[in-house]
Design a protein around this ligand. Structure first.
Ligand code: 5AD
Ligand code: FES
Length: 374
């Protein structure tokens, strides 16, 4: 999203302010208007965009920020996504798996720290059969019945998703990565397709999960038109959660020399997404905190309402390297949790001890517009 037009002057500026007002009022913009907004937004106008996104977020979630305890339980992966540091062809990755006991211990520790949602994230690792995943999920639910379990373990058959749901998992994160099939093929090996990714997302939703999708900002070959496709796909799909963060190169991948996505583009998109999905759960991601020391704080101020402290045992953290420079790899869970609380408090938000369920689909808390939809 380069190419800010220096020649447009005040007329275009008020044009963008008007576009932001319309985006807030209608929760969408026609394609050409959105395109112009993304391409010509000045940093001054961006402040106005953030203020509006923050105000809409506050109507639904106040100044509460939800915590999700992230447990990166395996970095084995059968996939070979070109951007990802734990892709199977990266021989340099030091592979690990947590045992079922270790995963449950992470949750116990997280519970004591006030976490009420656990996100089990891993590479696509066939070692963890459906049966094992179900056992882990029901183990967590039995030990901590007041907690939610989110799975983020990639593409599986519908039957597997149904089994996970029956075992007690209620949420599933599976970024669509990019909606454009040709762009998808540039980021992934041939055996992965956007069609199957979308099949998974639909299966998950039909199974009853709260579903999260999303994409990287500034991924290689991404154009503004791809981003528009992503925005309008998500508008139709209406996910409960949307995960976006900047692409960051990893030295041992084919994209090692590609530039990272920018802070500005990521913040702009977070705010646009908040205005399009007033009730969505929107994390300020670790990747955003990696490209700027205050990235997550800025993300919250631009409309995000979730942060994900890392609960993985300190010994394995440095090994779950999707991209270079990942933050929080040296900290213990307790430090990460405290750090998060302090960071949020500093900017006037508070982390809450709550499952933090999505308000999407929920009609019991009307908006000012009384629309009852996200
Ligand atoms: N930079 C930023 N995000 C990445 N992911 C994978 N590799 C990278 C990278 N190099 C994201 C993908 C994936 C999520 C778990 O992490 O979007 O869905
Ligand atoms: Fe993990 Fe700050 S949030 S160390």
């Amino acid at each position: 999203m380069k190419g800010r037009d220096k020649m447009t002057g005040t007329l275009a500026r008020s044009g963008n302010l008007a576009r932001i007002d319309r985006l807030r009022a209608e929760s969408t913009l026609p394609r050409e208007e959105m395109r112009t907004l993304l391409l010509t937004l000045t940093e001054e106008e961006a402040q106005y965009l953030y203020e509006n996104a923050d105000a809409v977020r506050r109507q639904h979630y106040g100044r509460d920020v939800y915590l999700r305890g992230l447990i990166e339980f395996t970095n084995f992966c059968r996939n070979d996504c070109l951007y990802c540091g734990i892709r199977r062809s990266n021989r340099k990755a030091d592979r690990y798996r947590l045992s079922e006991e270790e995963i449950l211990e992470c949750c116990d520790r997280g519970y004591a720290l006030g976490l009420r949602t656990f996100v089990l994230q891993g590479g696509e690792d066939p070692f963890f059969t459906d049966k094992m995943i179900c056992r882990i999920v029901s183990g967590i639910r039995t030990g901590h019945p007041d907690c939610a379990v989110t799975l983020s373990i990639g593409e599986r058959p519908r039957k597997s998703y149904e089994a996970f749901f029956r075992a007690g998992a209620e949420r599933y994160l599976l970024r669509h990565e990019t909606f454009d099939p040709a762009h998808y093929r540039l980021l992934h090996p041939a055996e992965l397709t956007i069609e199957n990714r979308l099949r998974c997302l639909r299966d998950l939703r039909e199974t009853g999960f709260q579903v999260g999708c999303g994409m990287m900002v500034g991924s290689p070959f991404q154009t503004v038109d791809h981003v528009l496709e992503d925005l309008y796909f998500m508008e139709t799909f209406r996910p409960h959660m949307i995960g976006i963060g900047p692409f960051i190169p990893h030295a041992d991948t084919p994209f090692k020399d590609r530039p990272a996505g920018t802070l500005e583009d990521t913040l702009h998109l977070l705010a646009v997404i908040r205005l399009m999905h007033p009730r969505v759960l929107l994390p300020a991601t670790t990747a955003l905190g990696t490209i700027h020391p205050l990235g997550r704080e800025m993300g919250i101020r631009a409309g995000a309402n979730v942060v994900m402290p890392n609960l993985s045992p300190a010994g394995v953290r440095g090994k779950y390297m999707l991209y270079d420079g990942k933050i929080c790899t040296g900290d213990e869970a307790v430090q990460c949790r405290r750090c998060m609380q302090e960071r949020m408090a500093k900017i006037g938000y508070r982390v809450v001890v709550s499952r933090g369920d999505s308000l999407v689909d929920r009609r019991d808390r009307g908006t000012e517009k009384g629309s009852g939809v996200s």
